[in-house]
Design a binder for this molecule. Structure first.
Ligand code: HEM
Length: 399
């Protein structure tokens, strides 16, 4: 016990106090992902969800989708790393939403920021055991992971610092300004500076890595199942035509496309586990006694791969989300954004974002594996997100 206390004191944070997740220690127990459930947390979460729900997501994302199409078009059929391109796009989308600004894909500072969270996610997969055995924080892989996250946090703090310097109480460039207005206007500020920092770091990473990983899994599946990709393109051509890009209003007329997106999320779900939850009181669930303070992790993978719910769950079959008449089917138990008071606050953003990006790309280009290269097997790395393997693609504009 003495030894444990020594470790904790040295780290200046007892990992067992509060619901701090060791991987996300850099957030200091603040922000949407890490803060304990409290009235203050609820008010902050509601404020952010309300802000997100009022956004015109399609308008907000329009320029970024055009930029992505142009970026891929300029590759002129040369190979490129699909995940890097799409990560730049989703990072810019969340960046614009938070700070009201975007970066060129080749901007070295922007590339460094993306690399910082990619590297942190990757290293945290090698240290994920510390979330269950927090006293092992001193092992080299845990230190490397902590260092990578600190590095990432520093990069976001720099952006935030510049943003705060240009703050104008009469303008709202994005969510961060909206939070700062709250802070300035009220005696009892809803968000302190540390909350704003933690939420910027949380939302930037949670808002980009999740969608870009899902879209990368999606491309891997579409390349592996060309019949699905052809069917998707035929549906888009028939409903949207060649003269405009797909819009959110097209969704009701694109059941196969929507089913494909759902199947991408089911088949290699980027969040195989929930965030770390904590019982706020003693409770009995299905006869099991769970004492107050117990940490709980939901296992979504076991739901999405459950043979009692899905036939051949390991196979990629978008048709499973369609009924006999070809209409989109609601399948109970399909909860990629989780449920309840800590469910994903980014759902209203992620769903249209993934629809708009995937359809815009598949509508505009035919993708193929570069000559002499092979697609990786669809097995990822589980860290804070189930990250797909890297692969290159070539894109040819469709006639
Ligand atoms: C494909 C896209 C996404 C998927 C599949 C996804 C999934 C999830 C899941 C399963 C959780 C855990 C919920 C729980 O612990 O019960 C979660 C939490 C969270 N997500 Fe997402 N997410 C996605 C995109 C986003 C985006 C775009 C944002 C930001 C705008 C975001 C922000 C968050 C945050 C802040 C939490 C923590 C919420 C809390 O603990 O109260 N996510 N997400």
């Amino acid at each position: 016990m003495k030894l444990f206390e020594m470790f904790f004191r040295e780290r200046e944070l007892c990992p067992l106090a509060g619901c701090n997740i060791p991987t996300f220690r850099f957030l200091g127990g603040r922000g949407l992902l890490c803060a304990d459930y409290s009235t203050e947390f609820q008010r902050q979460r509601n404020f952010i969800i309300k802000y997100l729900s009022k956004l015109d997501v399609e308008k907000q994302m329009e320029n970024e989708i055009i930029a992505l199409i142009q970026y891929i078009g300029h590759k002129n059929g040369q190979r490129f790393d699909f995940n890097s391109a799409v990560s730049a796009s989703t990072s810019n989308m969340i960046g614009a939403l938070l700070f009201g600004s975007r970066h060129d894909y080749d901007d070295p500072d922007f590339q460094a920021l993306i690399e910082a969270y990619h590297s942190a996610v990757k290293l945290s997969s090698q240290a994920s055991f510390q979330n269950f055995l927090p006293y092992l924080w001193f092992l080299p892989q845990c230190k490397r992971s902590a260092h990578a996250w600190d590095n990432y946090a520093k990069s976001v703090n720099q952006i935030l610092h510049k943003h705060r310097m240009a703050y104008n109480a009469c303008a709202t460039r994005g969510l961060i300004d909206a939070m700062m207005h709250q802070t300035k206007e009220n005696d009892q500020p809803l968000f302190g500076l540390e909350d704003i920092k933690a939420n910027s770091q949380t939302l930037y990473f949670a808002g980009s890595e999740t969608s870009s990983s899902t879209l990368t899994w999606g491309m891997l599946f579409l390349l592996s199942y060309p019949d699905v990709c052809n069917k998707l393109q035929s549906e888009l051509d028939e409903v949207v035509g060649k003269l405009r890009r797909p819009t959110l209003d097209d969704r009701p007329n694109l059941p196969f496309t929507c089913a494909t997106l759902l199947e991408i999320q089911r088949c290699n779900n980027i969040a195989p586990f929930s965030g770390m939850h904590k019982a706020t009181k003693d409770i009995k669930v299905h006869g099991f006694f769970i004492p107050k303070g117990t940490r709980i992790l939901a296992d979504y993978w076991s739901i999405f791969m459950n043979e009692a719910i899905w036939t051949n769950p390991r196979q990629f079959q978008p048709m499973r989300f369609l009924d006999e008449c070809g209409n989109l089917k609601k399948v109970e138990g399909f909860i990629p954004f989780s449920l309840g008071k800590r469910s994903c606050p980014g759902e209203s953003l992620a769903k249209p974002e993934m629809f708009l990006i995937l359809t815009a790309l598949v509508h505009a280009f035919t993708f193929h594996v570069p000559d002499g290269e092979m697609l990786p097997v669809p097995v990822g790395t589980t860290g804070s997100v189930y990250v797909p393997p890297k692969f290159n693609v070539c894109a040819r504009p469709r006639q």
